[in-house]
Design a protein. Structure first.
Length: 138
């Protein structure tokens, strides 16, 4: 399979959506200067677009990244418990009040969602009128 061929040796054979694989991917990104630089550029670009201090910003799928290094206020989340994640949640059932969020950020997440339209409906419900959904996808 192509997926197995492209897998990093440390994550080979692991379920891509497992906490162990997520922790390893975070470690790989941190250790490889080229990857870390790409993520730094993405995080800086995202941080420059968000309306900070006006309404909460949530990052979905935070386990593999480090956006919180650039946005202290970001609410980190994942579908399972892992290090540096504040909330365990399902993107199809966001636990936020209507029109309460200033932004939702996702890096390499949308294609993992089993029902992306449910997420988009939830995002629309939870975001303030000028709120942003910012996605970086492969």
């Amino acid at each position: 399979m192509l997926k197995d061929f492209l897998a990093h040796p440390l994550t080979h054979g692991l379920n891509i959506d497992s906490p162990r694989c997520t922790e390893l991917r975070r470690s790989i990104i941190q250790q490889k200067s080229f990857l870390r630089k790409i993520y730094e550029e993405w995080h800086l670009a995202v941080a420059s677009l968000l309306p900070l201090n006006e309404a909460p910003v949530v990052e979905l799928g935070s386990g593999g990244g480090f956006l919180s290094d650039y946005l202290d206020e970001v609410i980190t989340s994942e579908v399972f418990y892992c290090r540096d994640v504040r909330l365990v949640l399902d993107g199809a059932r966001l636990p936020f009040v209507n029109e309460s969020l200033g932004g939702i950020v996702m890096t390499d997440v949308l294609h993992h969602l089993p029902q992306p339209r449910l997420f988009l409906a939830e995002a629309k419900r939870c975001l303030r009128p000028e709120g942003l959904v910012i996605m970086i996808e492969p």
